[in-house]
Design a protein around this ligand. Sequence first.
Ligand code: PGA
Length: 254
Amino acid sequence: MRKALVIGNWKMNGRQDANEALLNALTSGYDNKLERVDVALCPPSVYLAQAQSLLQAGSIELGAQNVCADVEGAFTGEVSAGMLAEFGCRWVVIGHSERRSLYGETDAQVAEKAKRVLDAGMTPVVCVGETLEERESGLALQRVQSQLRAVLEEVPVEHLAELVVAYEPVWAIGTGLTATPEQAQEVHRALRDTLAAQQVELDEKVRILYGGSVNAANADALFAQPDIDGGLIGGASLKADDFLAICRAAAGES
Ligand code: PGA
């Protein structure tokens, strides 16, 4: 059985006072039933220390939204995997579509980042997703499978089962448009086929999250799909009640 996983991606949102209110609301609303789910938050990296100290006694874990593909040195503006690990991150989102489309990140860079994250003892959350044009041209499955293969081919075989994959259709991110549970399930199934083709039984081990306008109202139906193991949550992760409702849906408690 794969344990459900819900990760909040704050993107470039936050302020110290608002973060504190949100983190306190999340920790006080968190109950034992959520132990059935791995729950993590990815604040902007400058707030990791604040989040680490406010979350320290609880079960909500920390992650990062991005990482440098290099280990250390003259890379102005970048943050290394070692630094993220030092501030208590367990998860690192890599290859988010905003990184790919706005900052030109390539499949090869995403694969390098996955290796740095694993080397630092953390878990890469590898994002894949098709654009609307690709979906309308019937290329969605091909697109996401090739994005995933680019990482699978580079990660050492003994670490493959540690990966987490997040399917985030680009057209559904921040748009209020969600893939239907059936559309998402079809893609998740195809991603599992790619995992199985890489290594025997890898499809059964790797968690695949859905992301793209997940909210408290649609989470249940998405998480009820057999190949959806949880969610990567953007906008709704900034509201404690909504995020907790999504976590409860992943725990089968709503
Ligand atoms: P959204 O973002 O939930 O706001 O659509 C999801 C994501 O980009 O991870």
